[in-house]
Design a protein around this ligand. Structure first.
Ligand SMILES: [Zn+2]
Length: 172
């Protein structure tokens, strides 16, 4: 029996295939421990992330429970590499809180990095692909970019040589 219902699958629409596979595997693992989970968030647009971030700040100012939300542009949800869950039924013999921890502890075996162990702010409902570069990491230097830089350098050198030649010629 599939552990993820149609609602969860609809929420996961548009995420990367690896994210979908990992979410299914996590739900199966939860099920094997007697738990039932649902997916509450998958792919987000930049606008949606900005709204969540604004809500998080508003909550904090109002003294309401803190909702962890990454800065717009820095969430792996925007790249389809993350999802959030809610525990509907805890694992056998565990509370809901203990179930989030259990799933966080099992997540790395599925190639997932659990928000539960985020160093800045624990985000127990959040899971993301472990091999996805952190969203705030600098863009990797690609071979193309390196080649383009080398080409730009050559062009710069030629322009400088040309300017010097014009200066020498014009002062004669
Ligand atoms: Zn999340």
């Amino acid at each position: 029996m599939a552990s993820l219902g149609t609602h969860s699958l609809a929420v996961l629409a548009g995420v990367a295939p690896a994210t979908l596979a990992a979410a299914r595997a996590l739900a199966d693992l939860a099920s094997a421990h007697g738990a039932d989970i649902t997916i509450t968030s998958g792919l987000r647009t930049r606008t949606h992330q900005a709204q969540l971030y604004a809500d998080s700040l508003a909550n904090a100012h109002a003294g309401l429970p803190f909702l962890p939300a990454a800065l717009p542009g820095r969430s792996l949800h925007e790249r389809g590499a993350a999802f959030d869950i809610a525990v509907l039924r805890p694992a056998t013999g565990l509370t809901a809180e203990e179930t989030y921890k259990l799933l966080a502890d099992l997540a790395p075996t599925l190639g997932l990095r659990p928000g539960y162990y985020f160093r800045t702010v624990s985000d127990p409902v959040h899971f993301e692909l472990a091999d996805a570069a952190p969203a705030d990491a600098p863009a990797p230097v690609t071979a193309t970019a390196t080649a383009r830089n080398a080409q730009n350098e050559r062009v710069t050198v030629m322009v400088v040589v040309a300017i010097v030649l014009v200066m020498i010629l014009s002062t004669r």
